[in-house]
Write a protein of this length. Structure first.
Length: 694
């Protein structure tokens, strides 16, 4: 095969019938029968599949060979914006202050601590030493014990999301003999500092089994604390801010159930909060003799906050303290000894509200930019009046604040430094509202350089997600400046299916209303053309994971709108995946997308928009798709099958490139410099198709 000839996958049609409908999948063979084994051992891939991947990867590299110098330039440019010896603001926990810090030239931050009264720094964990031969490892959790003598950490060496838990003695710096395999990566300490709670994955790779481990014992002796039998539910564990309770939570996309474990008595029986009811979501914090429960009960789709006595958790006895406000979604609640803090999304913008328990007095923390991102920093202290949060916008690098909840004084603890310099006044961030095909208005966040002429000549990046009620944050990205400074406009389409405008916004873009997300995305593109931010055929659509379904559907529906599409780990084989209940994530996905196995209407709807099913003989924009062998969430064969069908059907000569990583999983490499390589690949493709690669 010539290096410049597009690879062509052979056809081996697999015919199935669903609801009496014949479905033929000529590229189903790209899913290896032993795919579960290949998550950890890519070398076990069948030879024909490996050959197809190698040909696609080689072709992509050959077609981008002329961008080699640009790649080097962009990588150096992006690295130059990273402070070489950066560190986090220390977080106090009793006698110690814990923080992360980078050493110049190193990929990974190391965990350190100092005595709170001042003293010598101790390095507790240095990934640069621990994993110096691995660039793609993932550290899911790293948590010190309440008595500060032990460190538990969960690591995945290849991105497949199978984590091994280790315990380190902090006095000696040596790992104990305790090793626990096949966990989800979540770990929580009991207050005795000798009991560790963790989650094991079952045979379907689903996190469903909660165990407790006694330090110094064998993992084979660990006690099963909770087992979730419903395949639509996963399990999470956490600890209340007060430190009094371990939380065990079973979750589906629209329903959950919580149990408490007395953290002082880790072998005590579970205490249920309220039994699961379809559609009831609630989250638990603790203060004194009460639980603070954020709940969507009684029709509170955007949540309300209640108190309940631990001695009487009957839902009829809950007392409301923060009422429901439609369109203002409560996304996070944190209880301190004297204050309750909530993070809200009000018409798409985040807001922090502080409530004093003593008298119920509330106040918000105000910001002036049109669009920005806020997040609460989870510290260790409960009995404190100090709240830590981070702020950034598309133009403003991240800033870390400590906020006195009583005096309302805001103290800047850290402003992210851009070594090459950054002047926010050179850039514009805007928030627009775009009319949808019905009466709705779609929030859009924009970023561009002040010197960019808004006459329709600019190339525009349009990013979207639109699933699971997740929001796309309007946060600072130093890498993005490499496009913005070259004259691009960047837009985030906060389409339906996300949570930007509350529960109603989510529900209008899921299941039977899923097409709204796709038409919203197209409507945003059309509006930005009309407002002369760009012109037709100069929009580059971008999406990740479920955002791949969004972008894939949009390029089928309106291919002439886009110059290109770039999708990472793309969920593009929606119908076949949802028809396969043996895939670990599938049962839980039916709530979001519908169940095409049981429901003919769901089958027809998903079939009508599924990117893979709707590839047709017509011109398509330039396309770059990326996946990874170890991706458990969106398996590698989804982008492979989609690209194979596109190659067969498309009638244009535009670039169609596929990169499948033989290492790594759903997300990029973990190192701060190494992860830039994926971004650089995306950006050189974008610059090349935009004609700006010189």
């Amino acid at each position: 095969m010539s290096a410049l000839k597009p690879p062509k996958a052979i056809k081996r049609p697999l015919v199935t019938r669903h609801h009496g409908i014949r479905l033929s999948d000529e590229y189903a063979w790209l899913r290896a029968e032993n795919w579960e084994e290949t998550l950890n051992e890519p070398s076990l891939l069948p030879a024909d599949i490996r050959k197809q991947i190698e040909e696609e990867n080689s072709y992509a590299e050959a077609m981008l060979a002329d961008t080699a110098e640009l790649r080097r330039l962009l990588l150096a440019e992006m690295k130059s914006r990273i402070k070489p010896d950066d560190s986090s603001v220390p977080m106090v926990d009793g006698p110690w202050a814990y923080y992360w810090c980078f050493v110049a030239g190193m990929e990974h931050a190391r965990l350190c601590r100092k005595p709170t009264g001042g003293g010598i720094e101790s390095i507790l964990f240095d990934p640069n030493v621990e994993f110096q031969t691995q660039t793609l490892f993932s550290l899911a959790s790293i948590v010190h014990s309440p008595d500060h003598t032990l460190l538990a950490y969960a690591v995945d060496p290849n991105g497949s999301e199978f984590y091994t838990v280790h315990i380190r003695d902090l006095a000696s710096g040596v790992d104990c003999a305790d090793v626990i395999h096949n966990t989800s990566g979540e770990i929580v300490w009991g207050n005795d500092s000798r009991t560790l709670f963790y989650i094991r994955v079952d045979q379907s790779q689903r996190p469903s089994l909660v165990y407790s481990h006694r330090i110094g014992s064998s993992a084979s002796e660990d006690a099963l604390v909770y087992q979730e039998s419903d395949p639509a539910f996963d399990v999470n564990i956490d600890k209340t801010r007060s430190g009094a309770f371990i939380l065990i939570e079973a979750n589906s996309h629209r329903t959950n159930e919580v149990w408490l474990v007395d953290a002082d008595r880790p072998a005590a029986p579970l205490l249920p909060v309220v039994a699961r009811q379809l559609g009831h979501e609630y989250h638990v914090e603790h203060r004194g003799e009460r639980l603070i429960i954020t709940t969507n009960s009684e029709g509170a789709g955007d949540f309300r906050i209640c108190e309940a006595m631990i001695a009487d958790l009957d839902i009829a006895s809950w007392h409301e303290i923060v009422p429901h406000k439609r369109g203002c979604a409560i996304v996070e609640t944190v209880a301190y000894a004297r204050h309750l803090v909530r993070l809200e999304l009000d018409n798409g913008l985040p807001r922090v509200v502080v409530r004093r328990f003593r008298d119920g007095a509330e106040h918000g923390i105000v910001f002036s930019e049109e669009a920005y991102n806020l997040s609460l920093e989870h510290g260790f202290e409960f009995d404190t009046d100090s709240l830590r949060f981070t702020y950034s916008s598309l133009t403003t690098p991240q800033r870390v604040f400590d906020y006195d909840m009583e005096t309302r004084v805001r103290c800047l603890r850290k402003a992210c430094e851009i070594p090459t310099g950054h002047d926010p006044s050179h850039y514009v961030t805007r928030r627009l509202f775009v009319p949808a095909h019905d009466s709705e208005s779609i929030p859009v966040t924009l970023l561009y350089h002040r010197k960019v002429p808004l006459n329709g000549s600019a190339t525009l990046i349009l990013y979207g997600y639109g699933s699971y009620g997740d929001t796309v944050p309007a946060e600072f990205s130093p890498e993005l400046l490499s496009l913005i400074d070259r004259g691009f406009v960047y837009a985030i389409a906060h389409v339906r299916g996300g949570g930007e405008k509350g529960n109603r916004w989510r529900e209008q873009g899921m299941h039977e209303y899923k097409r709204n997300a796709f038409t919203d995305f197209i409507a945003v593109g059309e509006h930005l053309i009309m407002q002369r931010y760009t012109r037709r055929g100069r929009i580059i659509a971008m999406g990740h994971s479920a955002g791949g379904a969004l972008v894939g559907a949009a390029t089928n529906m309106a291919p002439d709108l886009f110059l290109a599409a770039v999708i990472d780990a793309p969920f593009v084989d929606v119908l076949n995946s949802l028809l396969d209940e043996d895939l670990p994530l599938t049962p839980g996905e039916w709530v979001e997308w519908g169940n095409p196995i049981e429901n003919r209407k769901d089958f027809d709807l998903i079939c009508s928009y599924c990117p893979y099913q709707n590839v047709d003989r017509k011109p398509y924009p330039h396309i770059l798709a990326q996946g990874a062998i170890a991706d458990l969430r969106v398996p590698y064969w989804e982008p492979m099958k989609w690209v194979a069908r596109l190659r067969e059907c498309k009638t244009d000569d535009h670039l169609l490139l596929l990169k499948i990583g033989m290492e790594g999983g759903h997300d990029a490499a973990s190192g701060r410099f190494e992860r830039l390589k994926d971004t650089v690949l995306t950006y050189v493709f974008v610059l090349k198709v935009a004609g700006l690669d010189g």
